[in-house]
Write a protein that binds this ligand. Sequence first.
Ligand SMILES: Cc1cc2nc3c(=O)[nH]c(=O)nc-3n(C[C@H](O)[C@H](O)[C@H](O)COP(=O)(O)O)c2cc1C
Length: 412
Amino acid sequence: MIPSIFTPFTLPNGQVLKNRLVKAAMEENLATSEHLPGTELKRLYKAWADGGVGLIITGNVMIDHLAMTGPGGVVLEQDTDLTPFSEWAKLSKTNATKIWMQVNHPGRQVFKKMGGKVLSPSDVALNMGKHSSLFSPPKPMDESEIQDVIQRFTTTAVRAEQAGFDGVEIHAAHGYLLSQFLSPLTNKRNDQWGGSLENRARLLIEVVKSVNEACGEGVAIAVKLNSADFQRGGFDIEDAEQVVKMLGELNIDLVELSGGCYEAPAMQGRSADDRTLAREAYFLEFASKIAKYVSVPIMTTGGICRYEVAKKVVDSGVELVGMASSLAFTPDLVNQWQNNTTVLGHIPVVNWKDKTLSGLATMAMVKQQLRRIGAGKLPKLSASPLWALITDQVRGVKLTKRYKKQHENEIL
Ligand SMILES: Cc1cc2nc3c(=O)[nH]c(=O)nc-3n(C[C@H](O)[C@H](O)[C@H](O)COP(=O)(O)O)c2cc1C
């Protein structure tokens, strides 16, 4: 019998999710100046827990305070005070919700104005057309930097467990460091970390193994992976199939399939090669194909905001349904669907001529809602893209200044 989206799901490690609907990771940029979760983040996560999802995956938490995806990000390192993290986990568990921490390293996707470490497998700079100068060229990583990254992922995962998180999700999608190692466009190495797919996947596999060994059995381990980069010559669906198989052998609990990177934001429904993505549930075709022959549970995220589409995901054999933007606009969408399946979620679309600015404005509109909920206000469906972008940029400048001042002795 095909399960409903409201049927509980038991993960390989025995953890039970009360339903199939998951709040996917969204970086909030709402951390305190010490990079800790504060009042706003806790209020936001309580709203999601009250809103009915079975699982919440946090926005990406950085494993190194000198390698940040953006200002105002949360960081969890060896010496970080765990108290605010324990409070964050506890509130997120309200209403029998599970909470997993997403852990991430940006690699080369670091804004130049932030500074800090800009590392990558090879010295391939981001190509964002006329916006390329927003990013610095990366430094190819040496062996000790690679080992340091494995250790940092492990430390953050162990500390998340100590703080009471039910699981960790290792971010290997969207063009961040682990995804850079996977892609032949960004990984030009000819040592054991580059070349064949097995070599390109080695860093991800080593991180997963290390986290698996260090964390207790009760902690769920997930990986977010691109079903493809949607760039010519990049990591492709056949590669993704092989990597999911490799991950399946490590007894992990979930693979979340997404797609794209800063250069080709497929996670916003746009590809940079000639493939057309579905208008809704962008990666379902790939996810359902992969789900057919692997035993590791699969989740797909991207373009899901209608009950019928969420149902179609589960009907097609994909175990979990990831939603991000729609839960920023309607944090209790799942509760609403329990009573009325015709309620529509909302995913903003901005179609300006400049695709990079359109992408940034879309993100800004979503982030605006996260800030509103964090401040105890209701989300605003009528958000203006231009206004959201301006506010987000102004806020970003302030937070970047704060970050640079705080770490002026460490950032070169
Ligand atoms: C504001 C914002 C922040 C995001 N931050 C993250 C993140 O930290 N980690 C991640 O894996 N994906 C992140 N994403 C991507 C989402 O998890 C998701 O893959 C993407 O938005 C597509 O899903 P949706 O159509 O339901 O929004 C972010 C998306 C948005 C809109």
